[in-house]
Design a protein around this ligand. Structure first.
Ligand SMILES: [Zn+2]
Length: 453
């Protein structure tokens, strides 16, 4: 049985604690945290290892609740650096229609690599783009990438069925028929979904947005997901344009459309959720619907500020997400936690949310969003998913009166020393263990250049 002892850690016993605890050891056995205590008796045998954490802060691995991995290959494109969502999308669809199997595989490695290096151990991905010339098992390529790097992964089977000729936003070349979508959704659930608490693979169904799928596909996705007990995800209330589109085309605001299609409830999470009115917030609370908050993307596209500070006391479960890499344009999970804190304070003042609040969004709450049990907290018997940051560095010097808060208020590299997922070391001394980083960088740049041609 493989064991790892993290020696002399600083950590928070519960995520809301003000003070942390120093001088504890944490023992990992196989894929679980076996014990957290002072001076754990440990005689290493073959294959066991001890990691000295006396310079470090140890936190539960972060959970990323919304992403579009393939967009790592089209970040920072000058033509849309200053565009809002709809113009940004219309320009990028024309590039994205060229993605092939290599683009999917390497962009997945790239996005997950960045996530792991910045403390994230569990992620979803919302891949909704299936170009006509694409054949093969797209999600299988993503799982291959997740296995290679050692990430806990809950991808969504995304979809678009409403193209320009039918009044939607995307071009015909990147949408599929409802039959194709539903058949492949059923296939990936059967092939990959694992119901258990500590699954490494879970499936979610995710029609892209109100302006790229039909109402009928929303309803059928709901039926299929509930038949198989998998979660549902989509973009809701991201922009005023989306609101206008829904009122014009469906005669309803986006959330009403969700209610009418059954796309709401404890098994549903929406990306963004910015432009809800007071009544709609109550509906979210009553139905137990979750929000994946994406502060950097919302700032980048000028979309607005999600009402997180008001949602938390209403018991609306809010998780955190980096969003797709064409609108962030990074998968820096620790940086996202910092932005979540700062953005709420712009609207609600300096006491709006604390460092503990935003850590909770990125850990416990995120695990609830994606429906995982026993991840998101450092507890005996829970998943050995940990991010280990070295805070005895220049950028944290002078900030260690609160080592956990230092990770948010100070620092600029945001990289872990170690990231451990399901008991496996995925990042060691700040480098990925599963794939050579130089090769990945080169390959991603080559594919990105090809897409732009
Ligand atoms: Zn998105």
């Amino acid at each position: 049985m493989a064991r790892i002892l993290l020696k002399d850690i600083f950590y928070l016993h519960t995520s809301s604690e003000a003070e942390g605890l120093r001088g504890y050891d944490l023992l990992i056995e196989e894929n679980l945290v076996k014990k957290i205590d002072r001076n754990i008796d440990f005689v290493p045998s073959d294959g066991d290892r001890v990691i000295d954490c006396s310079r470090h802060v140890v936190v539960p691995g972060f959970v990323n609740t919304h992403h579009h991995f393939y967009q790592t290959l089209t970040r920072n494109i000058p033509a849309v650096q200053n565009a809002e969502l709809f113009d940004w999308l219309v320009h990028l669809y024309e590039i994205w229609k060229g993605i092939d199997e290599d683009a999917v595989y390497y962009s997945s490695l790239l996005a997950m690599g960045e996530l792991l290096k910045t403390g994230c151990t569990t992620s979803t991905d919302h891949h909704y783009l299936y170009p006509r010339n694409f054949s093969g098992d797209l999600m299988g390529l993503q799982f291959k990438a997740a296995d290679t790097l050692g990430m806990r992964f809950s991808p969504t089977r995304g979809s678009m069925s409403l193209s320009r000729k039918d009044g939607g936003l995307p071009p015909d070349t990147v949408v599929q028929t409802e039959e194709e979508i539903l058949e492949d959704s059923e296939r990936v659930i059967a092939q990959y979904h694992d119901d258990s608490d500590l699954a490494m693979r879970k499936i979610v169904l995710a029609p892209c947005s109100p302006f790229s799928v039909t109402e009928d596909l929303m309803k059928k996705s709901v039926e299929l997901a509930r038949k198989h007990g998998v979660r549902l995800h989509t973009h809701v209330a991201e922009t005023f344009d989306e609101n206008d589109f829904c009122v014009e085309v469906y005669g309803r605001r986006p959330l009403k459309l969700m209610e009418d299609t059954g796309f709401i409830g404890e098994d549903v999470f929406y990306a963004h959720g910015i432009h809800f009115n007071d009544e709609e917030l109550k509906v979210l609370a009553e139905t137990g619907t979750h929000i994946a908050h994406c502060p950097s993307s919302n700032m980048r596209l000028g979309s607005g500020i999600c009402r997180v500070t008001e949602m938390i006391p209403m018991n609306i479960n809010v998780g955190l997400a980096v969003d797709g890499s064409a609108s962030n344009d990074t998968s820096d999970m620790l940086g996202e936690i910092r932005n979540a804190l700062l953005l709420q304070r712009v609207k609600y003042g300096a006491a709006a949310v604390t460092t503990r609040d935003v850590f909770k969004l990125a850990t416990e709450n995120g695990a609830k969003v994606l429906g995982f049990g026993r991840i998101g907290q450092l507890r005996e018997g829970w998943a050995a998913d940990l991010a280990v940051f070295d805070v005895h560095k220049l950028e944290y010097a002078g900030a260690l009166s609160d080592p956990l808060g230092a990770l948010i208020f100070s620092g600029y590299n945001h990289g872990t020393d170690y990231t451990i997922v399901n008991g496996r070391v995925a990042v060691e001394h700040g480098r990925l263990t599963g794939f050579p980083e130089e090769e990945l960088t080169g390959k991603a740049n080559e594919i990105a250049a090809g897409l732009l041609k």
